[in-house]
Design a protein around this ligand. Structure first.
Ligand SMILES: *[C@@H]1O[C@H](CO)[C@@H](O)[C@H](O)[C@H]1NC(C)=O
Length: 187
């Protein structure tokens, strides 16, 4: 009985460690404003679209937060979006930051927003790769999204440049995601 309980506790802890999703820095914590309007999506989503923010990157939470406040202001004030355009952002510090969030439509790839999760890697990856921390965080986050049933387990992973006239997610990050689960050029 005791051995069984120990095994059970170990199994539960392993589940928590390995199946757990990374901590997500809430919009409130990074200093973002609430959306001015929300449109919902239905899970599981079939597509994931990878972007870069086309800004300098950031290596700690303070600087990533400042970067995101600027991006959100630009999206809401200049582009007239209802929120920061991405569903989630991945910092150079290896942390996940909440954008529009789960079950909500982002504004990141016209024509695709209602059926995709938009993930923005903070930085410009035309000639540099994201840090390994940042890449690992992105991959773990996608596994987590499958485990939570937020995206289909046969999800299709798309670089923004495949569906929109943009450089995003940058040539080097685009090359990198070609080795990731679900990648397609023909969504
Ligand atoms: C954060 O930004 C400040 C001001 O730009 C800079 O001096 C500092 O080195 C940055 N910290 C990190 C960890 O990148």
């Amino acid at each position: 009985m005791k051995a069984f309980l120990v095994a059970l506790v170990v199994a539960i802890e392993l589940t928590l460690v390995f199946a757990g999703c990374p901590t997500i820095i809430s919009k409130n914590r990074w200093g973002g404003q609430q959306a001015s309007q929300v449109q919902y999506t239905v899970k599981p989503l079939k597509y994931v679209i990878i972007h870069h923010t086309s800004t300098p990157t950031c290596a700690d939470e303070d600087n990533c937060s400042r970067r995101l406040v600027n991006i959100q202001n630009y999206h809401m004030n200049q582009l007239d979006f209802d929120d920061i355009g991405y569903n989630f952002m991945i910092g150079g510090d290896g942390q996940i930051y909440e954008g529009a969030g789960w079950h909500k439509q982002g504004a990141h790839a016209r024509g695709w927003n209602s059926k995709s999760l938009g993930i923005g890697f903070i930085g410009d990856f035309q000639t540099n790769l994201p840090s390994s921390k940042q890449l690992d965080a992105g991959k773990k986050f996608l596994e987590c999204a499958v485990e939570k049933g937020e995206i289909e387990d046969t999800y299709k992973l798309i670089g923004a440049r495949t569906v929109r006239p943009t450089d995003s997610p940058g040539t080097l990050l685009f090359r990198e995601i070609q080795t990731w689960r679900g990648f397609t050029r023909n969504p």
